[in-house]
Design a protein around this ligand. Sequence first.
Ligand code: GLU
Length: 494
Amino acid sequence: MEKREVRVRYAPSPTGKLHVGGVRTALFNWLFARKHGGTFVLRIEDTDLERSTEESVEQLERSLRWIGLDWDEGPEVGGPYGPYRQTERLEVYRAAAQRLLEKGAAYYDFATTEELARFRERARAEGRSPIYTGGEYREMDPEEALRRVRSGEPHTIRFKTPREGQTIVEDVIRGPVTFENENIEDFVLMKSTGTPTYNFAAAVDDAAMEISHVIRGDDHLSNTPRQILIYRALGHELPAFAHVPQVLGPDRKKLSKRHGAASVEDFAEQGYLPEALFNYLALLGAGYAADEEIFSPQELAERFRLEKVSGNPAIFDVQKLTAINAVYLRRKSPEELAMMAAPLLAERGVATKEELERDMERLTRIMELLRERISLTTEIPDAIGYFYGGTLEYAPDEFEKQFGKEFVRENLPELRDRLAALTEWTADEIERCVRGLAAEKEKGARHLIHPLRFATTGRTVSAGLFETMELIGRERCLRRMDNVLQKLRARDLL
Ligand code: GLU
């Protein structure tokens, strides 16, 4: 067989946010296309008019772009096989249904809901499988059927499923999966509303768009034999099929918001970077060695092997994703980080937009100092809030612990005055000053460093204190020390 040009598609139904499982399927399609120099198509499956919304279409496209996926053909970008929204292709499905009717591979079905229920009841009573096989309509004279259609009688168009034999899905990931045709009902192709069912529209489009590999979630595996039957009846060459397992939470239930986050938007809101989510999801269950973690999309594409994708469900490990996120954050330049931090800080009211913009250089240096300590962008306001604003709240127990010692109380006022008198407010000068005082008093510098850190940052842990103080700024540091001294005085401790 001649090798086909690689054409793959991601075909979401716009009925909600883009789920992590969905975007992983999209990623696998994209990686496969890029690896083989093929074409990645985006097709919007919006024929379910009740559940599809325009907002979801926009949300899906926004999420795909956010994570870094671009499509070669699809809405907006166009392409030779368009249109790429199923509601704009209704004529294509109607024509395909006509062809199947003419060939005798499909038939008009006039069964009412009650008739269908009765058919199933009778089958059950007679110990047969209750799947619908068309009753009197399957073999109805086509002229008679057409007459009834023309007279306006409600009807669907059903596929005339062969009652014998098997349909085998040759799955790239899980090998051959066999379905007995006798278990497949005469399924609906065109609903009474004149719109196609998912199975019909998907198969017609995959054929019309010359899709070479259908890579999709394994929740669709049971649909595939029906689509294969449609393909064959229309006389098309079958694509290869690969059904990608689901993404589950640690409790082995389908990943959902209950697990913390489930959609691409949830992860974006929680401070994950698109590159990190891309990297993590592309690795998840893709069969790479576990120690190979950080890859660019191009490297991932080079390494991607569809047949290596695991046939078992993938368990989402948020810690691993967070660790990967931290690596990508560290790789950003301090300037980029400052640009990311500014709106987050303004939003949280840590500082005003104007204040931040006036001194982006300082924010850049702060981000450089602290980037090792941040795993998520949402941690930024808490992690660097104390570089802004005025006096601090001190945890009472810790205040006691830091300032309870005689030595600290005796020397804090002197330390404050010496710091105030420094001609230059640099990390080096601050360090010399602190160490100098400690040496004069014949004490280790740590006896001053810990309370000073607590006084100026409100925390017991920080990046290097002297650089931290330089960046907090002289005035702010002194004001915070004065605040502490005042509190001590108020308690008669000074
Ligand atoms: N519209 C289907 C879904 O969102 C796509 C299934 C397929 O890829 O064929 O689940």
